[in-house]
Design a protein around this ligand. Sequence first.
Ligand code: AMP
Length: 293
Amino acid sequence: MLTVRTVRQMRRAAARMRARGTVGFVPTMGYLHEGHLELVRHARARCDSSVVSIFVNPIQFGPGEDLDRYPRDIARDLRLLRAVGAGCAFAPRIGEMYPPGFATRVDTGELGRRLCGRFRPGHFNGVATVVVRLLSIVRPDVAVFGQKDAQQAVIIRRVVRDLGLDTEVDVQPTVREPDGLAMSSRNVRLSADERRAAPVLYRSLELARDLVSRGEDRPAAIRARMRRLIRTEPLVRLQYLAIVAPGDLRPVRRIAGETLVALAAFLGQTRLIDNVLLCTGRNAAGRLDTGRG
Ligand code: AMP
């Protein structure tokens, strides 16, 4: 596996890869887990070469957020990437990505102010800016993202479409621990008690799926039941719980078609997010179908 530290080297390496075939790209902030590694395996399966970036992007963290505490272990990350057969790891220093005088931000507008954006102003502009910069360096055929960060995926799709970037955005399912907790680099920061409480988040999302499959279509009723379940774990402080259309992230009045149920919660200092994408519709037998997650 090639390990690259500078933008210049990365541009050169990517050009060589493109000359040989298709390039799949997985942007990450490192401290890799099975969720990331699944994206890398997917990129490898879909494309002739794969590039994985590891960069904790300072401009997507707000003041008082966990930039300094974000877990990092680049040596371990490189070992894991080698083991899954990644072609190239791109681990730039901050000054490579943001040279002195860097001033541009990609404005993600309304989409970036909804859900997590209400509590993390500027976060998605920071995400979109680094992703556009990375895509302009690697110029991949396919960029692979996780459904775990549903709002991020929606926004990146929009950015790529709006700016006419020549990359396909491929969103892959959330990888979970056996007890349902969505894998996250931040999970290592949970205390033992918080870790025991955390799966209630996914259980609440499963409850939503279950209620919808039994015909409940009122978001307020579903949210009330989810909140009641989450309250059984006093260590979990829900920040938001939203039932929205995946296209524009606006709350829906009734559940029909594709619907995103998304939440964020604090356990101690650690903020976790999770979501499920529900698809309801009548199947051939006229029954209500619910799928995907
Ligand atoms: P991060 O390192 O947290 O910025 O995540 C890098 C990429 O991995 C993003 O596209 C995330 O959505 C994705 N990702 C993170 N956790 C998971 C997971 N549990 N399952 C699938 N994808 C994930």
